[in-house]
Write a protein that binds this ligand. Sequence first.
Ligand code: ZN
Length: 385
Amino acid sequence: MKYCTHCLMPDTKPHLSFDDSGVCQACRAHQLKNDYLGGIDWDARENEFNALLDQAKSVGGPSYDVLVPVSGGKDSIAQVHRVLGRGLRILAVHVDYGVKTEIGRRNLERVPDMGADLLVYRPSQPLHKRLIRIGLEDFGDPDLLSHTLLHAYPQHVALQYEIPLVLLGENAAVEYSGETDTAAGNTMTRAWFDRYAANQGRDARFISERYDIPFETLRYYDFPDRIAQSSTQAVFLSYYFHWDSATHLEIARKYGFESLDGPAEGTYRNYVGLDEKIHRIHQYLKVLKFGYGRATDHACEDIRNGRLTREQAKLLVKEHDLEDVSDYFLDDVARYIDMTKEELLTVLEQYRNQDIWQRDPTGRWTIPGHLQDGVAAEIATAGAR
Ligand SMILES: [Zn+2]
């Protein structure tokens, strides 16, 4: 494995390219994003935001003025916070797509406490569990269609309730690709959905055809194209306010948002991935397939934002990134999709990439050259000789 010379992202990450000085495209994108964000007049953007809310209020739907999709995480609580205190009728929509934790339930309860109506959607379980197993067993991603459901379902609700405004969170087009052009549009479109919500064409249409599941039963897993012709507009909050985890955590805590006492499994942060258990399996599969996990993602973000040096980050990644998934997650997820823990582990092991992982003399799986700069390149050269 070769690592970015600026952050710690390995070259095993799909679709990630490196320039001649060994800096990854994500770091370059971050620079572009910062240049772009640095040039933004945030006061003007806030005025635009206020005008947007005034307009939503004056247009008004029959029941609600604004819809906010919520996970119950700190960012979604901050999203609700931004529309409070203006006399708007707020509908918060939560897609309950997996195995909720107790802390996740408590954090979600903060949303109606804040003054929004909360709609919780739980998809039909026989169908949804089948989709999770298809994603897990055939594509190594249990959240394959849960991810499209999360993005699509609130849009369907907005159409049904004729809500003029949907307030989304962060625009992944800017955050991960530095695509400021796509961001300038600032609305969630079919093109955005296909690129950032659906996993390389493995979407509801694809699954419907391949597994002979009537598409009509998967309609909420797909983007509602008629939104383009409707009076509903879905915009990203990150266009109007500088999107910052620390600010959101501070806002969320004021409303009683709880974090963990210690770091979450697989990373060093204590306020991420708290609310649901299947997501941990999704993250662990990344570790098996590509040799890096959640701690690397967080460390790279912290390096790029100047919160950690590369050396500090390395220590944290070493400590947390390759952590085995624990029974706390395995037991409940296995039970949820009607497998034994052993069956689930067997499926997971099938995705371990043995070009990356090797057993050491004691039989333990390790990654040779893990986090060592240049070492993997030398091994590769030696092998080629
Ligand atoms: Zn990088």
